[in-house]
Design a protein around this ligand. Structure first.
Ligand code: MEV
Length: 314
């Protein structure tokens, strides 16, 4: 019988991906339409996992999922529990490798379910420590924005080394997300930007700083009552992401399609080079039309939703 349960939602970076790795701020939003749920029950003498991405004992997990295994073992060490007799069932609706934070959300739900199984309190700090282990395996040297976002229910202002702040929102946002259907390797995209940063320092630095400036502007626009002003900033951020080499022909096409269908602004979201785009719509009617156009243009999946206003980040 099930004794432990943990969930996490997917995430969207509204603005600030990649530049966040270089100390600029980013704004990330919870994307509650896509969730992961992990449940834990008594196992049969060893740790086992059932999921869409792996079924079997933890000991023989493939290399690409090693981060989850290490994260589970480290959690058990912290819980001072023997590493056996546990069965995880992980159900994730989040497509993998689309910049939606699937790896962070899976690790978050797994750690939460394990602590719930052993009826132990899990502090946010401990959760971040444990999920970071899995994230380092998945992405190399992530900024930490994904795990901070998938574990909180409100939009966040994230800057490396600083306390997370809730984003103040004056009015709700109508958003459309479209999945290109192609896996984007975040680690490779981050490495590509790093190479640009080293080879063409001035240009890359300028783009990074510019995205940071637009993220700061976005924060104050979000606090006001004219969210449509955000559209232009999203478009400008997309241009800089293109210069940094993390967009590609197909993502550019989807971005253009969203704008032509009436989006106030659109850009890639997450690591890029595949994955998803996010578009800002004036209202839900527009959002639906943009979503239909994106599907007709070849997007594998689309979602539209209203992100409500929020009060606190913890
Ligand atoms: C990935 O969701 C966001 C990136 O900025 C990488 C990171 O911050 O770790 C591309």
């Amino acid at each position: 019988q099930i004794k432990g349960e943990g969930t996490a939602h997917s995430k969207l970076i509204l603005i600030g991906e990649h530049s966040v790795v270089y100390g600029e701020p980013a704004i990330a939003l919870p994307f509650p339409l896509l969730m992961v749920k992990s449940t834990v029950q008594e196992g049969a003498g060893e740790i086992t996992i059932s999921s869409d991405f792996y079924n079997g004992p933890l000991g023989t997990i493939p290399d690409r999922l090693e981060g989850i295994a290490v994260c589970i073992r480290e959690s058990l060490k912290f819980l001072a529990k023997p590493a056996k007799d546990i069965h995880f069932t992980i159900k994730s609706m989040i497509p993998i490798g689309r910049g939606l934070g699937s790896s962070a959300a899976i690790a978050t739900s797994v750690v939460r379910s394990l602590f719930s199984y052993f009826e132990k309190t899990l502090s946010h700090q401990m959760l971040m420590y444990l999920v970071d282990i899995a994230e380092k395996y998945a992405h190399g040297n992530p900024s930490g924005i994904d795990m901070e976002c998938v574990s909180r229910d409100v939009p966040i202002w994230f800057k490396k080394g600083e306390a997370i702040q809730p984003i103040e929102m004056g009015v709700p946002l109508n958003l459309v997300v479209a999945d290109s259907g192609r896996i984007g390797d975040t680690r490779a995209a981050v490495t590509a930007v790093r190479e640009k940063y080293e080879k063409h320092y001035q240009k890359a630095k300028q783009s990074i700083k510019y995205i940071g400036d637009m993220t700061r502007k976005a924060k104050s626009i979000l606090a006001g009552e004219r969210p449509e002003k955000l559209g232009g900033l999203l478009n400008k951020a997309q241009e800089e992401l293109m210069k940094l080499g993390v967009s590609d022909g197909n993502l550019n096409e989807l971005v253009t399609c969203a704008r032509n269908a009436g989006a106030l602004g659109a850009k890639l979201t997450g690591g890029g080079r595949g994955g998803c785009i996010v578009a800002l719509a004036k209202n839900m009617e527009d959002a639906e039309r943009i979503s239909d156009s994106l599907k007709a243009a070849g997007a594998k999946d689309t979602w539209f939703f209203t992100l409500g206003m929020s009060q606190s980040a913890s």
